[in-house]
Design a protein around this ligand. Structure first.
Ligand code: MRU
Length: 367
């Protein structure tokens, strides 16, 4: 997507051809700062500290982390150590393991002296594949927005309202995004789409990242408190919800940013379609039940007790919002059972959130 007219991805190879550059997402929305990754440790830190985040971008960064590791030492032992270091950075997004497994599969095939080149080549391919997948998700999801717009227009509405949670836009991927890709495609096709952006406490990925990118692209949107969605749905102000995901089980359960489940419950109660956009590397075919089998990341309580923002003088400050001494809990994700999901938007089309639905689109996984 473009920032001030310049086509931009979230991760790219530096001009020297070996270091990797990323946008430091902890500095958004107020500052646009690029960071250079020169080592396995830099890549692991970028993922863990959430300079990069969003399941597909975590995977892409891990892939380049393996390339940086291979540049330093491409022995079997060094690559196994690198795999383990990167794998433990964030536990929930399955794209991380998917990308690391892809890298090991690619490197295992070549002699040690060619592994570095093979690693950079496969990491670049993973990035390009992500962009193509997300563009296709955008096309498939835009058809749903168009249908919702046509029925809203028939009722006399002048826009179609989509609610989203967290950030599953281009900043969460290499480009396009997953949940937001259909919104970009619909907007660019002239459909009057308006987005309700859940702020997404505690880290505010909606308020700081989704709003930032919709603002860059000129998509009408309104940032709302996380607790507003149910009220808006009761009053007919949401035509459909589209969210992203960090892991979908083979049964169609959806793990995504904490608070997604509550939006799905409200959507069900109000007969608002609740769609989930996902690239195929986000499907964990080894897992059936999302609630009991997906590890849920627990992060530092300081993310809950404190908030960061821009002060009146333009400086970026962090403030404590809880009383001294009050403990806080910080679960990063929750699981929305398949029964609450209206449809899964993938690069191959839209399917039911069920084993049959997923296998219908991915028959090679049968048996
Ligand atoms: O903790 P984050 O910011 O990495 O969480 C991101 C999300 O929950 C996204 O919805 C998900 O990764 C899908 S990104 C296309």
């Amino acid at each position: 997507m473009k920032i001030n007219g310049t086509p931009t991805r979230t991760i790219w190879l530096a001009a020297d051809g070996w270091a990797v550059e990323i946008i430091d997402q902890t500095r958004l929305p107020h500052e646009l700062v690029n960071v250079r990754l020169e080592s396995l440790a830099d890549a692991a830190h970028a993922i863990k500290a959430m300079l990069v985040r969003g399941a597909p971008l975590i995977g892409a960064t891990a892939a380049y982390g393996m390339a940086l590791a291979a540049r330093a030492n491409s022995s079997d032992l060094a690559l196994t150590v690198a795999y383990n270091i990167l794998h433990t950075t964030r536990p929930t997004a399955i794209n991380l393991k998917w990308a690391l497994d892809q890298m090991i599969a690619a490197l295992g095939k070549v002699p040690e002296e060619h592994r570095m080149a093979a690693a950079y080549a496969r990491a670049a391919e993973i990035c390009d594949e992500d962009v193509a997948i997300n563009s296709a998700i955008g096309d498939n999801g835009a058809a749903l927005i168009r249908a919702a717009w046509e029925s809203a227009r028939a009722r006399g509405a002048d826009r179609v309202n989509v609610l989203t949670h967290c950030n599953a836009g281009w900043l969460a991927t290499v480009d396009w995004g997953t949940a937001i890709a259909p919104i970009y495609k619909a907007h660019d096709a002239g459909i009057p789409v308006h987005v309700w952006v859940d702020e997404t406490r505690p880290r505010n990925q909606g308020a700081s990242l989704t709003a930032r990118e919709l603002n860059w692209h000129g998509v009408p949107h309104t940032v709302i408190a996380d607790n507003s969605g149910g009220h808006l749905m009761q009053h007919g102000m949401v035509d459909l919800c589209i969210v992203g995901t960090d892991r979908v089980t083979r049964n169609g359960d959806v793990c995504n940013k904490i608070g997604t489940y509550l939006k799905a419950l409200a959507a069900k109660d109000n007969a608002v379609p609740f769609h989930v956009a996902l690239p195929s590397p986000t499907i964990d075919w080894s897992v059936a039940d999302g609630i009991t089998e997906i590890p849920i990341e627990e992060r530092d309580a300081a993310e809950q007790t404190h908030m960061t923002g821009k002060a009146a003088d333009g400086s970026i400050v962090s403030v404590q919002v809880t009383p001294d001494g009050s403990p806080a809990g910080n679960w990063g994700f929750d699981v929305t059972p398949a029964r609450l999901v209206s449809g899964l938007i993938t690069e191959r089309g839209v399917c039911a959130a069920s084993p049959e639905g997923l296998l219908g689109l991915f028959p090679e996984r049968n048996g």
